[in-house]
Write a protein that binds this ligand. Structure first.
Ligand code: UDX
Length: 437
């Protein structure tokens, strides 16, 4: 099939590349000339495991192209994906100007039937707005399909190539048939393509992400309670996760959820509920609790140092909002850094992929290391914010020798408590017993 993808952000690029991989011809279009030039020169603008291989292979085989020219990109495309940003506006609603703007440009260019697929996470009713834009600007027939993405950063290629499910929101049989054909190769193992109306499809995406954010938040609160009642959240997690109805995944407590999706989508769904005069109490609490949880490590440190963080040297392992990405959008590390700087701490940090992005935000207010050990020299404490594999089994003797005091605040529960006792550390993690020296 011939496909155009408008917007080469994270979702657009993964979608375009993965659609080319099964033999489709895909043209990705973006207004950012610099980015398009970069991709035409075989360079990926993002870090995503496994994407590089597919990106190169499909460009080399002529199935994946990049352009800034919208007309060229869509002229012979049967399906046009809209993968444009929908950032929150001032009061938490999703800003649809990019999506509707692109729809208008496309409407003015098309000469024959097209399927328009909204891939961006958009509020309920957006497909209807896109349909109206087409009706207002062209007499050519189109079908507008909502097809939310469920891609996790770090495993996005795998998620696209072998999805748990594909949700397709359209009542047009013609569009349903085309989408079924397109996604057939991706669901060969038997996972479903679930057809529904566009509104339900749009809400499915928000419901999925908000549910997962709620699940994490619930565990964060259980963890906080564990500390107060002397229980161990790891044990509780295993105890409840073995119940199929609950499931083992997304039960890990930490320093709050972050990233480009959960915070934005929870906010947008809560906003949409308010707009519809529905008081979505759980979601309002989820947002409130997550704000507090982001600072939980800082509060623990304030307590440990009796409020005297001024001049303390703090080493941070992990800045990305989660491992295997360089993405720092809504990363808990940024909130932690901001609080620690406010208190006058001196920060050095290391992250395998995200340091250059953080540098763009904090400049030289903090020091960045070349590796995870060199930032530890003479530090008063080590703080773990992102659970990169490389932090899981460090050389504890080396860590202990470099640190001024053997103190670790761990926001991801990476280490075994007995190991910390044996190695002689003060170790404060989430929802578990604090190990004192
Ligand atoms: C998410 C959804 O999973 C994906 O389906 C959607 O389409 C896009 O948003 P992503 O943002 O890449 O994907 O990250 P995800 O792996 O879901 O993690 C989100 C946040 O939750 C991270 O900050 C992570 O650290 C946190 N998290 C996740 C926890 O704190 N505990 C967990 O058990 C799982």
């Amino acid at each position: 099939m011939k496909i155009a993808v408008v917007g080469t952000g994270y979702v657009g690029l993964v979608t375009g590349t993965c659609l080319a991989e099964t033999g489709n011809t895909v043209t990705c279009v973006d207004i950012n000339e610099e980015k398009v030039k970069m991709m035409q020169a075989f360079k990926l603008p993002i870090y995503e495991p496994g994407l590089d291989l597919l990106f190169h292979r499909n460009i080399e085989q002529g199935r994946l192209k990049f352009t800034t020219n919208l007309a060229d990109a869509i002229s012979d495309a049967q399906i046009i994906y809209l993968a444009l940003p929908t950032p929150p506006d001032g009061d938490g609603a999703a800003d649809l100007s990019y999506v509707l703007g692109a729809a208008k440009d496309i409407a003015k260019l098309i000469k024959e039937y097209k399927v328009i697929v909204t891939k961006s996470t958009v509020p309920v009713g957006t497909a209807d707005k896109v349909i109206k834009v087409f009706k207002d600007n062209t007499s050519v027939e189109v079908d507008v399909v909502s097809n939310p993405e469920f891609l996790r950063e770090g495993v996005a290629v795998e998620d696209f190539m072998k999805p748990d499910r594909v949700v397709v929101g359209t009542e047009s049989v013609r569009a349903q048939k085309l989408m079924a054909e397109l996604y057939g190769p991706y669901v060969r193992q038997g996972n479903p393509i679930i057809f529904m109306d566009a509104r339900s499809s749009e809400l499915t995406k928000y419901a999925a992400n908000s549910f997962l954010a709620t699940k994490i938040t619930f565990m964060n609160e259980i963890a906080n309670l564990c500390e107060l009642v002397g229980a161990d959240v790891d044990a509780v997690r295993k105890g409840i996760g073995s119940d199929d109805r609950i499931g083992k995944r997304f039960l890990f407590p930490g320093v709050g959820y972050g990233g480009s999706c959960f915070p934005k989508d929870v906010q947008a769904l809560a906003h949409s509920a308010r707009e519809n005069k529905y008081d979505f109490k759980i979601l309002e609490s989820v947002m409130e609790v997550n704000d507090i949880q982001r600072k939980v490590l800082v509060e623990k440190m304030r307590k440990y140092y009796d409020g005297q963080l001024k001049g303390k040297k703090i080493a941070i392992w992990g800045l990305a909002f989660k491992p295997e990405t360089d993405d720092i959008r809504e990363a808990p590390a940024l909130y932690i850094i901001e609080e620690l700087l406010k208190d006058g701490a001196i920060i050095s940090a290391f992250d395998p992929e995200a340091m250059s992005n953080v540098k763009k935000v904090v400049g030289d207010k903090i020091h960045f290391g070349d590796n995870q050990y060199d930032i530890l020299k003479d530090a008063d404490a080590l703080v773990i914010v992102t659970e990169w594999s490389v932090f899981r089994t460090p050389d504890f003797d080396r860590v202990g020798t470099l640190l001024k005091s053997k103190v670790i605040f761990d926001g991801r529960n990476l280490y075994d408590l007995q190991k910390m006792i044996d190695c002689g550390y003060y170790y404060n993690s989430i929802g578990r017993k604090t190990i004192s020296i």
